[in-house]
Design a binder for this molecule. Structure first.
Ligand code: ADP
Ligand code: MG
Length: 250
């Protein structure tokens, strides 16, 4: 899984980034939030963004998805610039987004929440009504709850629904913002296992914001953020105690 492994990369063709963020500067009004951010995610790579509360992790994911406009910088996805593309265009190009706090529609059934994810397909929902069985293989609990209201699910179930909804669009890159936040430990393990299976079975790229150290260690690479800038990066196999203490709330 680790594409950065030199033994592997010397034997394969050069790999171009799935996502390439360069010199990104983002403001909220006059507050300078992201500062000269550079970040790459290679095809099939799982990258974890770490950093304490308020450093700009969510701001970066929102900017990649198109919810915020940067003042300067470029974002390339699968080799093409997307900085001037709308949220919908980015979704249809293959970027899936699971926002922090999940944003499940509470008064809509689980099934209809899932079907909304079809809007991100290249040709939109197009009258489709079916949910592929592999969604339920990943998240069996959703099958038993298809006709419940989204808002009636537990936090862990809503998180699984939010990830499943993003997968309905068949993304090439999945942006996950703190998927284990506020979720009980047994469900955290289920979510981690599901994300691992998604990567293994689809070769999707993942950019994950996460505080849970065990989960962070499953990524190939980490970037650490402080005050809106990337201040460290490297292989998660080399995550030092110092980096962990400095950037993770453990
Ligand atoms: N809508 C907003 N308007 C103004 N400032 C914001 C807004 N959202 C976040 N911020 C500020 O931007 C900074 C980065 O926030 P955020 O990206 O949510 O951090 P993180 O996800 O790392 O906790 C914080 O200082 C936060 O207070
Ligand atoms: Mg956040």
């Amino acid at each position: 899984m680790n594409i950065n492994n030199q033994l592997i990369s010397t034997e394969t063709a050069p790999t171009h980034p799935m996502l390439q963020v360069s010199n990104l500067n983002v403001y909220y009004g006059e507050s300078h939030i992201l500062r000269n951010v550079d970040l790459n995610v290679l095809p099939g790579q799982m990258v974890c963004l770490i950093g304490r509360n308020g450093v700009g992790k969510t701001t970066l994911l929102k900017t990649i998805m198109g919810l915020l406009k940067p003042r300067t910088g470029t974002i390339n996805f699968a080799g093409q610039p997307i900085i001037n593309k709308s949220i919908d265009r980015r979704a249809r190009l293959g970027i899936g987004y699971v926002p922090q706090g999940r944003e499940i529609i509470p008064r809509v059934t689980v099934k209809d929440n899932l079907l909304l994810g079809l809007e991100a397909r290249p040709h939109g929902r197009n009258g489709k009504e079916e949910i592929a069985e592999d969604i339920f293989t990943l998240f069996p609990v959703l099958k038993t709850m298809l006709y419940r209201m989204g808002g009636d699910l537990s936090g862990g179930q809503q998180q699984q629904l939010a990830i499943a909804r993003a997968l309905m669009g068949k993304p090439q890159l999945l942006l996950l913002d703190e998927p284990t936040e506020g979720i009980q430990p047994s469900i955290i393990l289920e979510i981690e296992a599901a994300i691992r299976r998604i990567i293994e079975s689809t070769r999707i790229s993942v950019l994950l914001v996460e505080q849970n150290l065990n989960f962070v260690r499953q990524a190939d690479k980490y970037y650490a953020m402080q005050k809106g800038g990337i201040v460290a990066s490297g292989s998660t196999r080399e995550l030092s105690q110092e980096v962990i203490q400095k950037f993770l709330a453990v």
